[in-house]
Each structure stands twice: as C-alpha cells, then as structure tokens.
Design a protein around this ligand. Sequence first.
Ligand code: HEM
Length: 441
Amino acid sequence: MSRWSIPPDLDTMGPRPGPSPHSMEPPMTKPNMTGQPPSRSTEESSGVAGWIDRRLPVISGFRAEYIDFRMPKNLNGLWNFGAILTVVLLLMLATGTFLAMHFIPTATEAFLSVEAIDRQLPGGWMLRGMHVVGANLFLAALYIHLFRGLYYGSYKAPREILWISGLVLMVLVMATAFAGYVLPWGQMSFWGADVISKAVGAVPVIGGTLEHILAGSDQLGDIFLHRFFVIHFILAFLVVAVVGIHVVAVHVAGSNNPLGIEPKTPKDTLPFHPYFTSKDLIGLVLFALIFALLMFFWPGLLTEPDNYAPADPMHTPADIEPEWYFLPFYGMLQSVPSKFGGLLAAAGSLLILFALPWLDRSPVRSMRFRPLCRVGLLGLVVAFVLLALVGKHHAQGSWMALGRISLLYYFGYFLVLLPLAPRLEKTRPLPASISAAQGDA
Ligand code: HEM
C-alpha cells in the first residue's frame, strides 16, 4: 500500500463507537460536554456524506459546533452581533470584489471610475451603496459587540485569547476602513490621508521614513493610491482569517452570558439549533431592515458631501474630519498639544484594551453585579462620545478642555478604577446558577 492510499477497511467501515488507537479513522464527533446525546451523529450517516465525513469530519464538525452545540439559555440581543458581523463581512467581501473589477486605482481616474460605478454600471449604485452602508454598519456593530464584552466581562478568563483576537480584528477592520475611504480620491479621501500621513510623520526619529513609505513618493498620488488599494484588498481577506480564529476561540471557551457565570448543568443551556439559529435570524432581519432604510432612503446620512468633489491638493476643505467611527480617535489626536502625543493617546486608547484581562482583577464578570464599575463604564461611553464631539468641533475653546478631561477619564477607567475596583467595590451576590436566576432551577 502506498503512503497515501486509503486503508482497505475504510470504505467498508460500518458505524463504530469511536476510533481505536490503531485505527486511521478520523474521530466521529467531538464529545458533547453537557453529557447530552447529539441529535443525530455521523456515526449513522451513510452514503456520500458519511464517506466524506469519515475522511474529513466537516459534517459531524458542523453538527457538533452549530446544531448540537449548547449555549447559555439566557443570552440577550447583544449576543446577536457576532452573527451580524459575520454576515456583513461576507457582504463586504462580495460587493468589494465586484467594485474592484471596475475601480481604477490612479489619481486621475479613481474618482471618475467611482462616479461611473454609481451612474453608468447597471446596478452599480446599489453595489456601492451596500459597500458604503455596510462599512458604516459594520463599524457600528463592532462597537456594540465590543461594548457587550466590556459590560459583561467577556474579556476575563478563560476568554482572554478570544478577546485579543477580537481586538486584532478591530485594528484590522479600522485599517481596512481607512484604506477604503482613501480610494474614491475625493477631497475628504485626500485630506484625511494627508492628516494621517502627517501624524505618522510626527513619530520621533523614524517618522519621516514611515511617512515616505506610506506615501511612496513626496506627495500623495498614484503610488499612494495604488498601495492603499492593495492594502484594502489584502486586509479584508486577513480579517476573514482572523475571524476564523476568533470563532474557534468562541467555541473552545463557550459563550459568556449576561450573568457572567458559567453554565453548571445542561438545564442552564439550550442547543444552538433551533434556539439560537432562529434568534440570530430575527436579529439579522431587523438589522437588514435598518440597512435597507439607510441605503434606500437616507444614503446621504452616512456620506460626506465634500467627498463628492475630486481630490484637489491645491485646495484644503474648510473642515477636514474623518468618518463618524474615527471621530473619537480624531478627538484624542487633537486634545493633546503635540502631534506625537496625540498619536500616542489615540493608539494607546486601543492598545490598553489588550491589557484589559489583566487590569481588571475582579472575580465577578458581569457589570450587573458591580455597581461601581457599572457607573464607571457608563462614564467611559460618555467620554468616548464626548471625544467624538470634540473631534467634530476641532478641539477649539472649551471643546479642548472637555477633550482633555474625557481623555483622562478614558485612561483613568482602565488604569485606576478597574485595578482598584476589587478593593473599592462591594459586588452584589451572584445567583447559584443561570436556571436559578430565571426561577426555573
Ligand atoms: C470582524 C469582526 C468580528 C466578527 C465577525 C466577530 C464574530 C463573533 C462571533 C460570531 C461571536 C459569537 C457570537 C456572539 O457572541 O456574538 C463572537 C463572540 C465574541 N467576540 Fe467577536 N467578532 C468580531 C470582532 C470582535 C471584537 C472587535 C471584539 C472585542 C475586542 C470581539 C470580542 C468577542 C468576544 C469577547 C466574544 C465572546 C462574547 C461572549 O460570549 O460574551 N469580537 N464574535
């Protein structure tokens, strides 16, 4: 028998309880942690499905992870956003691929090619509309998803890697969105890119070199645009790969829940299908309604009028401001009197989230039981929104003072309140179990 041939018994193999130590048969199903029998295992599968599954357990894997997989039964609507993000990501890849077929990444033709997609390509306006609205709602869903993690303490053990993979996604998605915004080469694309490349140039010692690497030449033009087109494309696919890791990490650690306590018995959980498939579907339909409303009725709400004028390096717009989802970071950039300091504050605001599992030492996860930190987290959201307003008002006058206070609060929450909370806070008693909290123990 050659090294790669299938052992003769594999084709004729009947159902067996599990692989023997000497068997080359792939494991049939992952053990079900709750001790409940799976609905229908592949041990019963015959025909082509069984044949494939014994060689590559995709069918039994899918069944174990998406049909029989048990989730805490008390998940609320905030647990819908992972599925929403996954679907919007697929939509972004599909629409982006078709847009890329018509986009021309040169300084003279980029703007015109986007206009042609909007006005001449059959259905092009819808393709572009979906990509633009999709980008905005993707970022909105991402912020809600992240907030859910902060509120229910989903970053705590054993979910640290899950949290960190999420943050890597966040950084990648932000970079992808920024690179994408440059592509139509309108006034805001150009001047937004100018602000950021100058901010990068403010890094001591290596700043000039970094700025030159980013721009590719002395001024932002063809090389820069081509570079950003490639970056936008590649990052989007990298995001898909990291989502794979993220979702595996969710399935290894299991979902947290609003009470922040682990399920203790099968009574605390429900199978993924049909309970959470139907719940996710309802969330997706509601989300699709908002998506359609924005795309068909208020397309101007999310776009910047200045970006409908072609990039003009000789004419600075009166107001340079990024998309709403970058405004809080723009506010941070402006609240610090030095360019490099602003860059450090904006980058630090994201980096500090990576250390969160180790900064928050409280044994209680969910903010429902943490009165002090719950108020503190509310303050963090207010500070984040205020920083966005500061960014919108260019940190002038009293906005500057507000920006600095909000920035101090932002870092204070992570560096002072959370580390000191176990000493300062009297947490509320946790319920004995999820079922007990719901009164059906
Ligand atoms: C491309 C972006 C992302 C996608 C497609 C994605 C997808 C998912 C999915 C499908 C789930 C399981 C369903 C759910 O719990 O909602 C999940 C859970 C989770 N995600 Fe993400 N995610 C993304 C970004 C992020 C970010 C930016 C963070 C925060 C740093 C994050 C942190 C988490 C955490 C902590 C969980 C488990 C939450 C829990 O069970 O309480 N994810 N994600």
